[in-house]
Design a protein around this ligand. Structure first.
Ligand SMILES: [Zn+2]
Ligand SMILES: [Zn+2]
Length: 718
């Protein structure tokens, strides 16, 4: 490498980036910049934060009750190094934060403290962390701060990063802002409109800058333009690390703002003589560092009350009174607290809490209740690289499912009317898990009941939202589960991180009742039965293993079920419409084949269900699905009728069970030392099976063997 040429190129790059970014401007230049994009320059902290969030955009995520808006900032795609901190789920929380910030924008001031509350380890800090990463990485959204002094020789930077326009007296500033930004009235402003914030319109130079400004103005006998020659405007970069514009305060650091005298150093000798006589005080602390940005107080309520009560006043007025002067602040305050501390605070200080409520925006951050989303958290952090071995299929899935099971509450039937009331009353924990996951109703229900339950799905999901003991408040935290998974990776019994090892760890965890508080709950109709949940999850795992292994053996494939079901539906559709069916072989039109329909219904219909009603409701369900999904080219009946598919599968499974067992022992024999005992045909078959297990499901030979053995032992050997 030609070092000189390399460094030359780097130097050119840095230089042009520097010029492009224009880090340092004279006040004239800043005014030019302001002309070009007045609204962007006149943003307050809330507007800026909302713009950052908008900058990353949104998309729709599927929930079983419909679509939910997700904000990309929480996906951290822009920060590959932090991808494992992505916020899984929590669309409700995202929406609540966005709503609160938008309200600040509309009212022209940050007038509340956003308090995220929830159980320990419910992603509160990850949520704020993503916002911080977003504003740090927001690139060209950087704002400017005002800076005073003489370039080159000495510089006195404003500790609060005052808005540059503060150097313009208030009356003229307001005229300028109104002329350039065309702000709208507060409250009613819609998208794309601009509200002037109190801070930018009425804010004043901080005490520090004020002193300098006054001294210079006196020195120049009131010549404002001469004072301006000393003013520079600096682009300021948000930096979480340097506590600039995005600051996190831990509970033990309780002094958020203070002031100290600026000690003169040699560079001060270069200041204009007018400033020599000044004794300058500068504000310091987290509130100061976060001005015009975001300040996070983690575990706010762990502090003694007097150390945070003043914040509520600050959040309402944007002011902090220090001994000798008042700070005007413009920053979004986000705090977190665990549920216990919040309850304690409410109990102890009820009167206070009442008056605080108006100044706090409470945002609930519960544990997740959909296991596929919970699994995303683990999958981000549990990888072959982090555990040092292959992660077998379903290892994180069983953990996630168990975690969600521990968090569920029995529904309160009194909240429902009509037929669904009993259905809800009988809902078992695992059934609730599946309902939340993909809107799947229990197989044991008839079609009408299943439909009714699905109709009330969101109601069930949000049933306890307003209760102090809401669902998702108590249970295993993702943190506890991650520990269990990492412990499972150390298991001496398995070469891969297998779901079986995870189950063993969960079982061990259940014995530590004194360590994990959620284990001390009373069992109610099967809910909170955490040890039993390990067995429930194991049974689910066995079903899945059975399915995957069977499929890999090429026994009865999904495609075949689909075909059978498709043929049946064609018959049913003709039957309902009273039409003839085209015979696929002869091409003739015939009456629907009653005998064939009945044969199929014997497999998929519940005992005692009415045949005609069953057919009509299938037909109606497909019709309704078509209406809801007008763009769907082909209808996936497996999505609409998962329960019927399951019955179909179970039926064939029972029929072919013996053959299955035979095949499975071939696999085991192949993987053991007994391989030579297999004939050529059996060996080929096993090899095909293992290849499918690897390619379709992600098993290596080792965990495939573990899975088959586990299945044999638990299901097929008495
Ligand atoms: Zn200042
Ligand atoms: Zn493996």
């Amino acid at each position: 490498m030609d070092a000189r040429r390399f460094l030359g190129a780097v130097g050119d790059g840095v230089k042009s980036a520097f010029a492009e970014q224009r880090s340092l401007l004279s006040f004239d230049d800043y005014l030019d910049l302001f002309e070009k994009s007045p609204r962007a320059q006149a943003r307050g902290a809330a507007q800026w934060l909302r713009d950052v969030v908008d900058h990353f955009g949104t998309y729709e995520a599927d929930a079983p009750w419909g679509k939910e808006r997700r904000f990309r900032i929480f996906d951290l795609e822009f920060a590959p190094e932090a991808r494992s901190a992505r916020v899984a789920g929590h669309e409700d929380v995202q929406a609540a934060i966005y709503r609160a910030v938008s309200n600040f924008v509309r009212s022209g001031r940050v007038n509340k403290l956003i308090l995220l509350h929830g159980p320990n380890g419910s992603a509160k800090s990850s949520i704020v962390g993503a916002l911080v990463r977003g504003i740090v990485g927001g690139g060209d959204l950087a704002s400017f701060a005002h800076l005073e002094g003489e370039a080159l020789e000495a510089r006195l930077a404003c500790p609060l990063k005052d808005h540059p326009l503060f150097i313009v007296p208030r009356k003229e500033r307001r005229q300028l802002l109104e002329e350039k930004c065309h702000p709208t009235e507060r409250g009613g402003a819609g998208d794309g409109e601009f509200v002037l914030s109190d801070y930018v319109a009425d804010g004043e130079l901080c005490h520090y800058c004020q002193q300098i400004y006054a001294a210079l103005l006196a020195h120049y006998r009131g010549d404002y333009l001469k004072v301006l020659r000393h003013v520079q405007v600096e682009r300021y970069y948000v930096s979480g690390r340097y506590q600039e514009g995005a600051v996190t305060v831990e509970p033990q650091l309780s002094v958020d703002a203070a002031w100290r005298q600026v000690t003169a150093d040699r560079s001060h000798a270069a200041l204009p003589a007018a400033l020599h006589a000044l004794t300058l005080y500068e504000p310091i602390g987290a509130l100061v560092g976060a001005n015009r940005g975001l300040l996070e107080f983690s575990d706010l309520l762990k502090r003694p009350p007097e150390a945070f009560k003043y914040l509520l006043g600050t959040s309402e007025t944007g002011r902090v009174a220090l001994e000798s002067f008042i700070l005007h602040l413009d920053e979004v305050l986000i705090a977190s607290a665990n549920e216990k501390q919040l309850a304690l605070f409410k109990d102890k200080d009820l009167a206070d809490f009442g008056s605080f409520k108006g100044r706090i925006e409470l945002v609930r951050v519960p544990y997740l209740r959909r296991h596929r989303i919970e699994k995303e958290i683990y999958d981000q952090q549990v990888t072959a690289a982090t555990v040092g071995k292959h992660v077998a299929p379903h290892a994180t899935e069983v953990a996630a499912m168990w975690a969600v099971l521990t968090r569920l509450k029995k529904p309160i039937p009194d909240r429902y009317k009509g037929e669904v009331r009993d259905v809800v009353d009988d809902l078992a924990p695992l059934e609730k898990v599946k309902l939340y996951e993909n809107g799947q109703a229990p197989d044991r229900l008839g079609l009408a009941q299943a439909k009714e339950l699905r109709k009330h799905l969101e109601e069930v999901y949000r049933e306890s939202d307003v209760y102090p003991m809401y669902e998702g408040r108590i249970g295993a935290s993702a943190r506890e589960i991650k520990t269990a998974i990492f412990n499972a990776a150390q298991s001496p019994h398995f070469q891969c991180l297998t779901p079986m090892a995870v189950l063993e760890e969960l079982e061990a965890l259940c014995r530590d009742k004194s360590v994990h508080e959620f284990l001390q709950q009373e069992v109610v109709d099967g809910y909170h039965d955490h040890e039993e949940f390990v067995r429930v999850v194991e049974a689910e795992l066995l079903d899945t293993l059975d399915e995957e292994i069977r499929d890999s053996m090429g026994m009865v494939t999904e495609g075949q079920y689909r075909e059978l079901f498709g043929r049946y539906l064609t018959q049913v559709s003709s039957w309902v419409k009273g039409e003839r069916v085209r015979n696929r072989i002869t091409g003739d039109y015939e009456q629907p084949d009653e005998a064939r329909m009945i044969e199929f219904e014997r497999i998929v219909m519940q005992d005692g269900e009415d045949r005609g009603g069953f057919r009509r409701s299938l037909f109606a369900t497909i019709g309704a699905y078509r209406l809801d999904h007008p763009d769907a080219k082909e209808i996936d009946t497996q999505v609409i009728f998962p329960d019927l598919y399951k019955r179909l599968r179970d039926h064939y499974y029972t029929e072919r069970r013996q053959q299955l067992e035979h095949n499975k022992s071939d696999v085991l024999r192949y993987l053991s030392d007994d391989r030579s005992a297999l004939d050529e045909k059996a060996r080929k078959h096993v090899e095909r099976t293992l290849a499918t297990l690897r390619e379709r499901y992600g098993y290596c030979e080792q965990c495939a063997q573990d899975a088959v053995m586990f299945l044999m032992r638990r299901r097929y050997v008495d």
